[in-house]
Design a binder for this molecule. Structure first.
Ligand code: HEM
Ligand SMILES: *[C@@H]1O[C@H](CO)[C@@H](O)[C@H](O)[C@H]1NC(C)=O
Ligand SMILES: *[C@@H]1O[C@H](CO)[C@@H](O)[C@H](O)[C@H]1NC(C)=O
Ligand SMILES: *[C@@H]1O[C@H](CO)[C@@H](O)[C@H](O)[C@H]1NC(C)=O
Ligand SMILES: *[C@@H]1O[C@H](CO)[C@@H](O)[C@H](O)[C@H]1NC(C)=O
Ligand SMILES: *[C@@H]1O[C@H](CO)[C@@H](O)[C@H](O)[C@H]1NC(C)=O
Ligand SMILES: *[C@@H]1O[C@H](CO)[C@@H](O)[C@H](O)[C@H]1NC(C)=O
Ligand SMILES: *[C@@H]1O[C@H](CO)[C@@H](O)[C@H](O)[C@H]1NC(C)=O
Ligand SMILES: *[C@@H]1O[C@H](CO)[C@@H](O)[C@H](O)[C@H]1NC(C)=O
Ligand SMILES: *[C@@H]1O[C@H](CO)[C@@H](O)[C@H](O)[C@H]1NC(C)=O
Ligand SMILES: *[C@@H]1O[C@H](CO)[C@@H](O)[C@H](O)[C@H]1NC(C)=O
Ligand SMILES: *[C@@H]1O[C@H](CO)[C@@H](O)[C@H](O)[C@H]1NC(C)=O
Length: 346
C-alpha cells in the first residue's frame, strides 16, 4: 500500500501548503490504518475461491466420526473454546509438546486427560488438504468443526467467520489461568470471559454448550460430599440428582467416571441444559451458579433460554461468532500449518 498519489514536488511548496500536506498525510495515514485493520476482519467467504467446499468437507468428516463416537461433536466444540481463550483462536491448543513447544496447552490443567478429538481434527485436516492443499488453517478447522458439531447435534447453523492463521507458540500458563475452572465463583468466571471481550450474554449462551458431552466426576466431586468444607453436599444440587451422582462418583474413587452434562438428552444440542438449571440439575458448580447465584443478571437469561429454544439458538450462534473473533492472527501473521500438531518446519 504505497501512497503513490501524494507525491510532492519539493520546490513548489511554501510553508502553508506544507502544513496542509501534513494534515492530508495524517488523514491519509488514518485511512490506511482503518483499511488495514478492516483487512484483519474474518469473513464467511474467505475460502470462496481457494476452497469453496471447505464447510461440507469438514462436516462430512465430523458426521463420519459421530457414527462411532456420539460424544465427538461435544469434544470438538470444546476444543474451539479452549483454543480461543488462550492467545486467541490460533490453533495453539492443537500443538504437541516437543521442539520449541516446551509446555503444550494440551498438558495444561483444563486439558490434560480431558480435551479430546485431536485425531478427528487431524482427519479433517487431511481431508481438507486433499481438496485444497496449504490454504485452510487449523484454527479455522476448529471453528468449522464446532459449527458442524452443533448443527449435526440438532442445534443452530451459522456461517462461521474464517481467515484465521495458525500460531507459532503454545501458552500453557495462559491455558491454566485463562480457561475457567468448574469450581470458580460466577464473578471469577465472568471476569475470565470479560478478559477476552465476552459479556454475560455470551457466558450464559455459550455455557449452553453443556447441553451435550460428558464430565468426569473429578470436576464436580467437591459438590457431592463436603462442599466448601461444610461437611454437606452443595445445597443448590437437586437431591434426587445428588443421589444419582453419588452413585456414579464414589467419594474416594478415581474421579474419571463419565457423566452426561445433560442427562435428559445427552447427545442432542437443545435447550434442556437451561431447563435442568431451573430444576437444580446443573452438573458443574459453574453451571448451577448461573441460575442459583442470588441477584445475578444471569438468572433472567437462563429463564429466557429455558423457555425459548429459538432465543437460545440465536444467542448461541452469535456468541460463537463473538468467541471466534477473539484475537485472530490474520494477513501474514502466523502460518497455515500443514500438520495441526506441529509448527511448520519443526
Ligand atoms: C463457563 C465456563 C466453563 C467451564 C468452567 C467449563 C468446564 C468444563 C468441564 C470441567 C468439562 C468436563 C471435561 C471433562 O470431564 O473432561 C466441560 C465439558 C465441556 N465443555 Fe465446558 N466449560 C465452560 C464453558 C464452555 C464453553 C464456553 C463451551 C463451548 C462453547 C464448552 C463446551 C463444553 C463441551 C461441549 C463439553 C463436553 C466435552 C466432551 O464431552 O468431550 N464449555 N466443560
Ligand atoms: C462438496 O462436498 C460435498 C460433500 O463432500 C459433495 O457432495 C459436493 O459434490 C462437493 N461439491 C463440490 C463443488 O466439490
Ligand atoms: C498430565 O497427566 C499425566 C497423567 O496422565 C501426569 O503424569 C502429568 O503430570 C500431567 N501433566 C501436567 C502438566 O499436569
Ligand atoms: C499448569 O498447571 C499445572 C497444574 O497445576 C502445573 O503442573 C503446570 O506447571 C502449570 N503450567 C505452567 C506453565 O504454569
Ligand atoms: C499467555 O496467556 C496469558 C493469559 O492469557 C497472557 O497474558 C500472556 O501474554 C500469554 N503469553 C504469551 C507468551 O503469549
Ligand atoms: C476468584 O479469583 C480470585 C483472584 O484470582 C481468587 O483469589 C479466588 O480464590 C477465586 N475464587 C473462586 C471461588 O474461584
Ligand atoms: C469437610 O472439609 C473440611 C475442610 O476441608 C474438614 O475440616 C471437615 O472435616 C470435612 N468434613 C467431613 C464430614 O468430611
Ligand atoms: C474416603 O477417604 C477418607 C480419608 O482418606 C476417609 O476418611 C473416608 O472414610 C473415605 N470414605 C469412603 C466412603 O470410603
Ligand atoms: C429435582 O428434579 C426433579 C426432576 O427434574 C424435579 O421434579 C424437582 O422439582 C427438582 N427439585 C428441585 C428442588 O429443584
Ligand atoms: C439465596 O436466597 C435464598 C432465599 O432467599 C436462600 O435460601 C439461599 O441460601 C441463598 N443462596 C445463596 C447461595 O446465598
Ligand atoms: C423467542 O425468541 C425469539 C428470538 O429472540 C423471539 O423472536 C420470539 O418472539 C420468542 N418467542 C416467544 C414465545 O417469546
Ligand atoms: C525454534 O526457535 C528458534 C529460536 O527462537 C528459532 O530460530 C527456530 O526457527 C524455531 N523453530 C521453528 C520450527 O519454529
Amino acid at each position: 500500500m504505497s501512497p503513490r498519489y501524494i507525491s510532492i514536488t519539493k520546490s513548489s511548496i511554501n510553508s502553508e501548503t506544507r502544513h496542509k500536506n501534513a494534515i492530508m498525510l495524517t488523514i491519509f495515514l488514518a485511512l490506511v490504518t482503518l483499511f488495514c485493520s478492516s483487512n484483519a476482519q474474518l469473513s464467511s467467504t474467505f475460502y470462496s475461491s481457494t476452497c469453496p467446499n471447505v464447510s461440507s468437507i469438514v462436516r462430512n468428516v465430523v458426521q463420519q466420526a459421530l457414527q462411532s463416537d456420539s460424544r465427538i461433536g461435544a469434544s470438538l466444540t470444546r476444543l474451539h473454546f479452549h483454543d480461543c481463550f488462550v492467545n486467541g483462536c490460533d490453533g495453539s491448543v492443537l500443538l504437541d509438546q516437543g521442539g520449541n513447544i516446551t509446555l503444550s496447552e494440551k498438558n495444561a490443567t483444563p486439558n490434560n486427560n480431558s480435551a479430546r478429538g485431536f485425531n478427528v481434527v487431524d482427519n479433517i485436516k487431511s481431508s481438507v488438504e486433499n481438496s485444497c492443499p496449504g490454504v485452510v488453517s487449523c484454527a479455522d478447522i476448529l471453528a468449522l468443526a464446532a459449527e458442524a458439531s452443533v448443527s449435526l447435534g440438532g442445534g443452530p447453523s451459522w456461517n462461521a467467520l474464517l481467515g484465521r492463521r495458525d500460531g507459532l507458540v503454545a501458552n500453557q500458563s495462559g491455558a491454566n489461568n485463562s480457561i475457567p475452572n468448574p469450581t470458580e465463583s460466577l464473578a471469577n468466571v465472568t471476569a475470565k470471559f470479560a478478559a477476552v471481550g465476552l459479556n454475560i450474554n455470551d457466558l450464559v449462551a455459550l455455557s449452553g454448550a453443556h447441553t451435550f458431552g460428558r464430565g468426569q466426576c473429578r470436576f464436580f466431586n467437591q459438590r457431592l460430599y463436603n462442599f466448601s468444607g461444610t461437611g454437606s453436599p452443595d445445597p443448590t444440587l437437586n437431591s434426587t440428582y445428588l443421589a444419582t451422582l453419588q452413585q456414579n462418583c464414589p467419594q474416594n474413587g478415581s474421579g474419571t467416571n463419565l457423566n452426561n452434562l445433560d442427562p435428559s438428552s445427552p447427545d442432542a444440542f437443545d435447550n434442556n441444559y437451561f431447563k435442568n438449571l431451573l430444576n437444580n440439575r446443573g452438573l458443574l458448580q459453574t453451571d448451577q451458579e448461573l441460575f442459583s447465584t442470588n441477584g445475578s443478571a444471569t438468572i433472567s437469561l437462563v429463564n429466557n433460554f429455558a423457555n425459548n429454544q429459538t432465543a437460545f439458538f440465536q444467542a448461541f450462534a452469535q456468541s460463537m461468532i463473538n468467541m471466534g473473533n477473539i484475537s485472530p492472527l490474520t494477513g501474514s501473521q502466523g502460518e497455515i500449518r500443514s500438520d495441526c500438531k506441529k509448527v511448520n518446519g519443526s
